[in-house]
Design a protein around this ligand. Structure first.
Ligand SMILES: [Zn+2]
Length: 303
């Protein structure tokens, strides 16, 4: 009876000493170079899993279900490793903004975020052998973009998402005044006192605007919708899925969702988790034809 605690104690020490070197090696070998700012350039080199905690802190409200955080952790880990293999520049792997992944240092201290990263330790999505660009976005507005596997089957050219109807930007409207547009014309190589027309010239399979054409007295210019949104602000033109109505002094945009609509829809993942679905089921829905695997042979569960 008196000796019983000792073997248990030794057993616990034994576990700690056999796991710790593997985990340390995993962290040592997998560091990410994050550009915290670009002018002047400030780069931080940080362990992959620690970096992911910062991404979760910046991307997902912490009161959301754990399964959403876990799905996001796997998607972000996959995207990060893709960027490590395909860096943004010779000086850093990725940016800490919406151009790549929003990163904040606060997530590391959050218990729930720590749990989400720990319980998916080392897990990535694979399509073939390597991590791929597992994109994700805030809210698709009910229709996902780029479902090439579905097109191949001859079904609808997009996947319907019925899980994200609660998102605040499911439908939105924004007015852009013609005078505001004039101030941007010079950037696009057009000089005129007012635009004559602004129309969608190309759409994607899911009906999102890919390219706009702006006509003025000095000519016609094609503008990518991404460029248009970047210049006007992602918070104003929230997604690429919209229609444009011309009014007397303004162009009225009526849109759906927030973000590009490719890959995981964060609000949809929330809807799925609230219906009791797991992070594996969430990932299967948003990334069909992928598998969840341990990325690094040395990665181990922290338990
Ligand atoms: Zn959605």
């Amino acid at each position: 009876m008196f000796q019983r605690p000792w073997p248990l104690f030794l057993l616990l020490i034994g576990c700690a000493t056999t796991q710790a070197p593997q985990r340390a090696l995993f962290q040592e070998e997998t560091t990410i170079r994050v550009a915290l700012q670009k002018e002047p350039l400030k780069v931080s080199e940080i362990g992959l899993e620690e970096y992911l905690m910062g991404v979760l802190g910046g991307e997902i409200p912490r009161e959301w279900p754990l399964e959403v955080l876990k799905a996001q952790a796997v998607a972000a880990r996959t995207y990060t490793l893709y960027r490590k293999q395909n860096p943004r520049s010779e000086f850093y792997d990725l940016e800490s903004t919406v151009e790549d992944q929003v990163f904040g240092p606060t997530g590391k201290k959050d218990k729930k975020i720590h749990q989400a990263v720990s319980e998916t330790w080392g897990e990535v999505l694979k399509k073939g052998e390597e991590p791929f660009t597992a994109y994700y976005h805030s809210c698709c507005g009910g229709r996902l973009e780029e479902a090439s596997t579905i097109w191949a089957k001859g079904e609808e050219p997009f996947v319907t998402d019925s899980y994200c109807t609660a998102c605040p930007s499911y439908s939105w409207e924004e007015e852009i005044s013609k005078s505001e547009l004039v101030s941007l014309l010079a950037d696009w190589g057009l000089e005129a006192d007012r635009p004559w027309s602004l129309k969608i010239s190309l759409t994607t399979q899911s009906g999102r605007a890919k390219e706009l054409v702006l006509t003025t007295s000095s000519g016609t210019k094609k503008i990518s919708t991404n460029d248009f949104r970047r210049r006007l602000g992602y918070q104003r033109i929230k997604s690429n899925w919209f229609e444009i109505e011309e009014k007397e002094e303004v162009y009225l945009f009526r849109g759906h969702g927030s973000g590009h609509g490719v890959g995981l829809c964060q609000w949809g993942a929330k809807g799925m988790a609230e219906q009791g679905l797991t992070y594996q089921e969430i990932l299967k829905f948003y990334y069909p034809d992928t598998t969840i695997e341990k990325w690094h042979p040395l990665s181990v569960d922290p338990e």
